[in-house]
Design a protein around this ligand. Structure first.
Ligand code: URA
Length: 185
C-alpha cells in the first residue's frame, strides 16, 4: 500500500466518535520515505481546520527546532497518534488511541523511518509505555528494530523555560543519533 492509498482509507474513518466533531482528518504530511518521523499527540483547532499537522503555536516551535538542526519539513514526516481533534483539545481517550492504532502502525510500516521522534508523553506512551518523559526525554531507544527518541512536546515549552532548553538540547542531538543509528540499542 502507498501512503496515498492509506490516506484515502483513513479519510473515510469512522472508528471512534471523534469523526462526529472533526472538520478534517489530519493524516500527516511530509516526505513519503523520510528518515525521521515526528509523532505528536492529536490535532488542535488550527490543524482540524486546515487538515495539516502542527501548524499552530506548537507547529511554530517545531519549525524553529527543525531550523536549528537544518532540517526542512519537506524532508521529514509529521503525524499524530490520533488523527482527529479531541473536542476542546482534551487528552485523547484510550479508545481513541486504539481506534487510530492501525493507521499509525501502517504509516510507520510504509514510511520506514530510521528514527521516530516521539513528541510528548502521549506519543511516548503509545510506543514506549511505562516511562516518564521527564526522565526519558533525549534518550534514544531501540525496540524491535525501531529507534524511538522521546522529547518534550513543543506545546509543553510555553511558559516553561527549562523544558524549552531541554527540548532544544534534545533536538540538537538528532543529527548525531541519525548518523550513528546502528549503534542505538
Ligand atoms: N499538537 C499535536 O500534538 N499535534 C498537532 O498536530 C498540533 C498540536
Amino acid at each position: 500500500m502507498t501512503l496515498e492509498e492509506l490516506n484515502n482509507r483513513m479519510l473515510k474513518c469512522k472508528k471512534c466518535k471523534l469523526h462526529k466533531t472533526r472538520i478534517n482528518i489530519v493524516c500527516g504530511s511530509g516526505k513519503n520515505e523520510a528518515d525521521i518521523m515526528f509523532i505528536g499527540e492529536a490535532p488542535g483547532k488550527n490543524e482540524d481546520e486546515a487538515g495539516l499537522p502542527f501548524i499552530g503555536t506548537a507547529g511554530k516551535i517545531l519549525d524553529e527546532l527543525l531550523l536549528s538542526i537544518g532540517v526542512k519539513r519537506s524532508d521529514v514526516y509529521i503525524a499524530n497518534v490520533v488523527k482527529c481533534r479531541p473536542p476542546k483539545n482534551r487528552d485523547p481517550l484510550p479508545e481513541e488511541v486504539d481506534s487510530c492504532r492501525e493507521w499509525l502502525d501502517l504509516q510507520v510500516e510504509i514510511i520506514k523511518p530510521k528514527m521516530i521522534v516521539l513528541l510528548g508523553r502521549h506519543s511516548m506512551a503509545r510506543f514506549l509505555p511505562n516511562r516518564k518523559i521527564s526522565i526519558d526525554h533525549g534518550k534514544p531507544k531501540r525496540l524491535e528494530g525501531q529507534v524511538y527518541y522521546p522529547v518534550y512536546h513543543p506545546a509543553a515549552t510555553v511558559y516553561r523555560k527549562q523544558v524549552l532548553e531541554d527540548l532544544k538540547k534534545d533536538f540538537l542531538k538528532i543529527p548525531k543519533i541519525l548518523e550513528k543509528i546502528d549503534e542505538v540499542n
